[in-house]
Design a protein around this ligand. Structure first.
Ligand code: PLP
Length: 496
């Protein structure tokens, strides 16, 4: 085994010429090991229980203190082999559980470069080109969303973080720039902040309210209609009927609900929010990918009326996580909340001379050059390339819905809007507990590792979910996946 590196080795540091060459060699070796392990795989998950998997790792990374001395690159190659053998394989066409796509190779490769240079976008001098790339990427996305020249944005670590920052902006806009909830009387009984969203909004909305000191009670859940879209008559009633001491912070519409992919009626919601003078945030973490597709774009009509928009490029733009973006129709929203001048980072005179980074846009300080992989993707595939991927996944979802509908043992819960199909297995035995059978059949698939599907509670019980984000999967793959679900359901029933 080669000796572990010492501090004197010329290739120890990634971003010098010898180091970069070594990164190239190491990445080649790591990916070769990973490819070998991938070829031996039989499904998207390892056919192991969580306990068996933990025991396997014991041999490589035992619990306890850190290794005192390093094992050199052999140790890393072994880790790459076992990682590729045992982690999730999202490129497997039978992986369809979560809003977690297989990453694009061009984006993954560009991400290596981001790691090599380790630039940060908080200040100009910590990552000059990276800062400018992020500025251009977010502005291009702002324009794609229909915003004018004042539109701006920032990359964040996820939809949860983007929603939090959007509600921070909304809170400060509603309560005043001092961000002092006491000054608005909010610790007393007087004023009550409220945030309106549909009952199907992502939990991060309520979590953001908790973090922002508004309390989860601030959330007013508006019922959804039969198509899983926010009911605008109920929103109108809630807005018009609010008590005098209620301070509306924002309406949050969802463009692509987590469970169904349904899109709230954005134009009507925007009109209501405007009529009542309330800010509108659109959580398009999932549905934002429709911006790239001519076919799906009409789903997002009205999004340009939102004050802020969350788009997760690590969902429907096939980026390695994390690559969420928060867009604002008026870029001054960032300065009003996170705009901060810090003597050691971005003093005023540096900023005035153009030496400005993105610290003032973000809740983070050190921040990766995540825009590099996004820019690489846009340059390589263009808007049409990404849009075509979403269209392909949409086609798969329509096909899956048709297959489910025509199968006597399956029941479709919701027709797909984007790329999600919600359904359940119907047990043969009368009186069988359908929820228990559906839960057990999914675990059976997990244990065998050959198919990975999602689950949720919907329509009063356990439902199964295909979140189809592999544009290279075929209709035949989808039919096999559905057949595996039915076979697992039968097996669960037989075993009962
Ligand atoms: C609609 C919606 N918003 C926000 C999020 C949170 O995104 P993240 O997991 O990137 O924090 C999700 C995650 O699935 C989502 O579906």
């Amino acid at each position: 085994m080669p000796a572990p590196p010492t501090l004197l080795e010329p290739d120890l540091l990634a971003a010098d010429p010898a180091g970069l060459a070594d990164v190239g060699r190491l990445v080649t070796e790591l990916t070769r090991e990973a490819a070998g392990a991938l070829r031996r795989r039989t499904g998207p998950l390892p056919a192991l229980t969580p306990q068996e998997l933990a025991r396997l790792l014991d041999a490589q990374l035992p619990e306890g203190p850190l290794p005192r001395t390093g094992g050199g690159r052999e140790a890393v190659l072994a880790l790459a082999r076992s990682y590729a053998a045992h982690t999730v394989d999202l490129a497997d066409p039978h992986a369809a559980a979560h809003l977690q796509p297989p990453a694009l190779s061009v984006a993954a490769a560009a991400d290596v470069l981001a790691s090599v240079f380790n630039a940060s976008v908080d200040t100009w001098d910590s990552g000059p080109y990276a800062v400018e790339i992020e500025r251009r990427v977010v502005r291009a996305l702002a324009a794609l969303a229909g915003y004018g020249p004042e539109g701006d944005g920032v990359l964040t670590p996820g939809g949860t973080a983007s929603n939090l920052q959007a509600l921070l902006i909304a809170r400060d806009a509603a309560l005043g720039a001092r961000r002092d909830v006491r000054s608005a009387g909010l610790t007393g009984l007087a004023a009550e902040p409220v945030v309106y969203c549909s009952e199907l909004a992502h939990f991060s909305v309520a979590r953001a309210c908790a973090v922002l000191g508004l309390g989860e009670d601030a959330v007013r859940l508006i019922p959804a209609d039969g198509a899983h879209r926010m009911r605008t008559d109920e929103l109108a009633r809630a807005l018009a009927g609010r008590r005098e001491n209620e301070v509306p912070i924002a309406v949050v519409a969802t463009a692509g609900t987590t469970d169904y992919g349904s899109v709230d009626p954005l134009p009507e919601i925007a009109a209501l929010a405007a009529r009542h003078g309330v800010r509108l945030h659109v959580d398009a973490a999932y549905g934002g990918g429709a911006l790239f597709s001519d076919r799906m774009r009409p789903l997002l009509d009205g999004i340009e009326a939102a004050d802020t928009v969350t788009i997760d490029l690590h969902k429907t733009a096939w980026q390695p996580a994390a690559a969420s973006v928060l867009l604002a129709r008026d870029g001054r929203d960032f300065a009003a909340t996170t705009g901060l001048r810090v003597a050691y980072l971005n003093p005023d005179d540096d900023g005035a001379a153009g030496y400005d980074g993105l610290l003032g846009h973000s809740l983070a300080t050190t921040r990766r050059a995540d825009a590099l992989k996004v820019a690489a993707t846009f340059l390589a595939l263009g808007q049409e390339g990404i849009g075509a991927m979403l269209d392909a996944c949409h086609d798969l979802a329509l096909h899956a819905a048709g297959t489910v509908t025509s199968h006597p043992r399956l029941e479709l819960t919701a027709a797909p809007t984007l790329t999600t199909v919600v359904f359940r297995y119907l047990p043969r035995a009368r009186g069988a507990d359908a929820d228990a059978v559906n839960g057990a059949l999914r675990r059976r698939l997990l244990a065998r590792g050959t198919a990975l599907i999602g689950r949720t509670d919907a329509a009063g019980g356990v439902r199964l979910k295909l979140t189809l984000l592999n544009p290279q999967a075929t209709k035949n793959d989808i039919d096999e996946l559905i057949a595996a679900v039915v076979a697992a359901g039968s097996a669960v029933e037989e075993a009962a």
